[in-house]
Design a protein around this ligand. Structure first.
Ligand code: PMP
Length: 360
């Protein structure tokens, strides 16, 4: 028996080559880096949740099928008749389940670039090849390039976020439909930021047999619960369910999500407040010299400014955490992404940002 083991001998080379998904420490900071909803639940609902959880039978496994929660979700999300729901420990887990299911030898997972980084990472976890088709300079879909990519690579799965992260825009819906029609495999439309956009492809599910639609409660104020939702035809979901670990959605998540979703107006009010703040912030930032602000249909804003990396660092030193995207993709040169927070957080960010760039 060797007395020391070398991970290089055992772990797949593509995993050795990966850098772990980095979550920077944020204790005590104004946290505008992760697209969280900045608002707490109203005290009455917090009390209701406290009572519910106090009596939860945590000595037992949770309902593996989360039957009651799915009934609540079906109504809250207006899931079309004939479509099923699969739940994940966040939508990250759903991406992983889909990739595992489709990972035949040489299977390709395709997305656009820049896109949500987990599409690419999870392709690697699942041993799939990843093909990222660059967006146009204005972050719109390069339909010809994607159609050519589909023809060439015959992707088993295509992921498209609608609106897109980190760019914040909605792609042209007709272009997405063309992609769905041209695709030999599954197309997953990831509507993580749906609450902040006035568009959805949920009503296209019935017309397109290879379309799956993903949502999450994370951006709606429940990121800590970890609940992702996949909506699609039973033919697909029956297969994907085989890969879902039996108790992936815990009892606390089931109980709390049900309680909160009984008050859908509350989450919608918070999303509306975020949208109002988004436009206030957009105007303030656009009025600053040397700042290019991109239109957003999500709860964050992408902007371009000279010296982005240094500005990000200085903001961090001042206790404000946003996301630096400079160096992550050629289209994101000198770009920063800031999540829309509370009125006060946004004001502090805008003040500090302006102060830093005017001395830059
Ligand atoms: N999809 C997109 C486009 C995202 O930006 C994110 C989170 N940043 C997720 C999915 C994952 O969300 P969660 O796992 O919290 O549901």
């Amino acid at each position: 028996m060797p007395n020391s083991f070398d991970p290089d001998q055992t772990i797949r080379p593509e995993i050795l080559a990966l850098s772990a998904y980095h979550v920077p420490p944020a204790t005590g900071m104004i946290k505008l880096d992760a697209m969280e909803n900045p608002y707490a639940l109203p005290p009455a609902l917090q009390d209701e949740i406290a009572k519910l959880t106090a009596h939860a039978p945590i000595n037992r496994y949770p309902d593996p099928s989360a039957v009651e929660l799915k009934v609540t979700l079906r109504e809250a999300l207006a899931v079309p008749d004939g479509m099923d729901i699969m739940l994940g420990n966040g939508s990250d887990e759903i991406i992983q389940i889909i990739a595992m299911a489709a990972a035949k030898p040489d299977a390709v997972l395709m997305s656009v670039e820049p896109a949500f980084v987990m599409f690419r990472m999870i392709a690697t976890f699942a041993n799939m090849s990843y093909v990222g088709v660059p967006l146009n300079n204005d972050f719109s879909i390069d339909l010809d390039a994607i159609l050519a990519g589909i023809e060439k690579h015959k992707p088993a799965v295509i992921f498209l976020a609608y609106p897109n992260n980190p760019t914040g825009n909605l792609f042209d819906a007709d272009a997405i439909l063309r992609i769905i029609e041209a695709s030999p495999g599954i197309v997953v439309v990831d509507e993580a930021y749906h609450a902040f956009a006035d568009a959805s492809l949920i009503d296209k599910l019935t017309q397109h047999p290879n379309l799956l639609l993903m949502r999450t409660l994370s951006k709606l104020g429940l990121a800590g619960l970890r609940l992702g939702i996949l909506i699609g035809r039973p033919e697909w979901l029956i297969q994907l369910e085989k890969l879902r670990l039996p108790y992936n959605v815990g009892i606390m998540t089931q109980l709390i999500a049900k309680a909160v979703l009984r008050h859908p107006e509350l989450l919608l009010e918070q999303a509306a407040a975020i949208k109002t703040e988004r436009s206030t912030m957009n105007k303030r930032l656009a009025a600053m010299d040397g700042v290019e602000v991109f239109h957003s249909d999500a709860n964050f804003i992408l902007l371009r400014v000279n010296g982005a990396k240094q500005i990000f660092q200085t903001l961090k030193q001042r206790g404000i955490l946003i996301k630096n995207l400079d160096g992550t993709h050629p289209l994101l040169e000198e770009c920063l992404r800031v999540t829309v927070g509370t009125i006060d957080e946004n004001a502090q960010f805008c003040y500090a940002f302006h102060d830093i760039i005017k001395n830059h």
